[in-house]
Design a protein around this ligand. Structure first.
Ligand code: MTE
Ligand code: MO
Length: 380
């Protein structure tokens, strides 16, 4: 039974499949800037590998000339400067169920808004380790184009060398999540953490890194994590499609509740916001790939006819770019609120989201980012 090393999971996680474990964070647990480890979504294609003694764990770096260098966990901690970044991981299937509901059936786990989470990741820079292994990170040779990550349980993926070698790219080999040792489901003892890129590239339980002129040969690089046009059916030209790396703009409503003078708890909010009337309070996240900062979140309280701006909440982040999601909040009196709320966000490149689903439909339901519409009733 390869699943014998799988850990117990927090009962608050919404389980889509148990073996392998695919579980999302419920909206009720998505209300904080940092997502606690216990409720951080889990996306496993296989099992949680049995690693034996962590002291024996080795990371092998294979350079382009075939030379190999090995590092124990202790070597990584001793030889390199430690870095911490605040970064959001989002599965390419996040909100896939919304594409299915609003366009057509898609192929894959039907995630709601919780295949995403934000954490502080601590480890060493991949760039520093590659340099130590003898790779010239500041003068990238033309033959190397990709950095391939392989994991203990057979998963693999790759990222472009430009991202790995970028001094502002912040790619980590991480051994801590929110100040604690990585939990088994999230890659203990070591995972790649590629901020700004689709989470499929943040390979957990990584034990081999290969510099190559080609992308990882794994099906997760060459097949699954690609997008297609609305015209392309289930037998597309896989090789011609580009692997997903950076992600487009995303936003979601994770909380909708009444703020009314009848509830002492909610009265506090009325006071804070100087509200005279019973109101609706919405909260959620907005995020963009590539370290592009979210600059605005637009909310409609009348199904897209008119717009307001949500308040962007401040949070302390670590890292060279905007790798973390932005939390937002919006309050509107009941008398001005219609039946349907809509959210969309804008990033620093003025990218924004599609207003509907059919135009960005792809049969895998990857990178679903159409405007989210929710009915004006409390989200449990
Ligand atoms: N790494 C390994 N070794 N095995 C996996 O199945 N899943 C990938 C990525 N890294 C995966 C992996 C995918 S598709 C996602 S979305 C993220 O891990 C999920 O990370 P999390 O489970 O820590 O949230
Ligand atoms: Mo994923």
């Amino acid at each position: 039974n390869p699943f014998a090393s799988d850990p117990e999971r927090d009962p608050r996680l919404r389980m889509h499949s148990e073996r392998p474990c695919n579980a999302e964070t419920p909206a009720s647990e998505l209300g904080t800037f940092i997502t606690p480890n216990e409720v951080f979504y889990v996306r496993n294609h296989l099992w949680v590998p049995d690693l034996g003694n962590p002291e024996d764990y080795n990371l092998t770096i294979e350079l382009y000339d075939g030379k190999e260098k090995k590092y124990t966990l202790q070597d990584l901690r001793d030889k390199f400067q430690e870095h911490t970044i605040t970064a959001t991981l989002q599965c390419s299937g996040n909100r896939r169920s919304h594409m299915t509901a609003n366009a057509r059936m898609t192929n894959g786990l039907q995630w709601d808004v919780g295949a995403i989470g934000n954490a502080e990741w601590t480890g060493v820079r991949l760039r520093d380790v590659l340099a130590d292994a003898g790779y010239p990170v500041d003068d990238i040779p033309k033959d190397v184009k990709h950095v391939q990550f392989s994991a203990v349980e057979a998963y693999g993926a790759s990222i472009p060398i430009a991202k790995a070698a970028d001094r502002f790219g912040d790619v980590l080999l991480a051994y801590k999540m929110n100040g604690e040792a990585l939990p088994p489901d999230h890659g203990f003892p070591l995972r790649a953490l590629v901020p700004g890129n689709v989470a499929a590239r943040s390979v957990k339980w990584v034990n081999k890194i290969t510099l190559s002129d080609e992308e990882s040969p794994s099906q997760w690089q060459r097949r699954d994590y690609k997008c297609f046009g609305p015209n392309e059916g289930p037998n597309p030209n896989w090789d011609a499609a580009r692997s997903i790396q950076e992600m487009p703009v995303q936003s979601a409503i994770t909380s909708l509740r009444q703020v009314s003078s009848h509830s002492p708890q909610a009265r506090k909010w009325m006071h804070v916001y100087g509200l005279e009337e019973d109101s609706v309070l919405l909260e959620g996240y907005a995020f963009s790939g590539g370290g592009r900062e979210i600059i605005r979140v637009d909310i409609s309280a009348d199904d897209g006819r008119s717009w307001h701006q949500a308040e962007l909440l401040e949070a302390e982040t670590k890292g060279s770019k905007a790798w973390a999601w932005r939390r937002w909040r919006f309050i509107i009196p009941n008398s001005q609120a219609g039946k349907v709320f809509v959210v969309k966000a804008v990033d620093e490149a003025y990218n924004t989201q599609p207003d509907s689903y059919e135009p960005h439909f792809n049969f895998r339901g990857n990178l679903t980012s159409g405007w989210q519409r929710v009915e004006n009733k409390p989200i449990p």
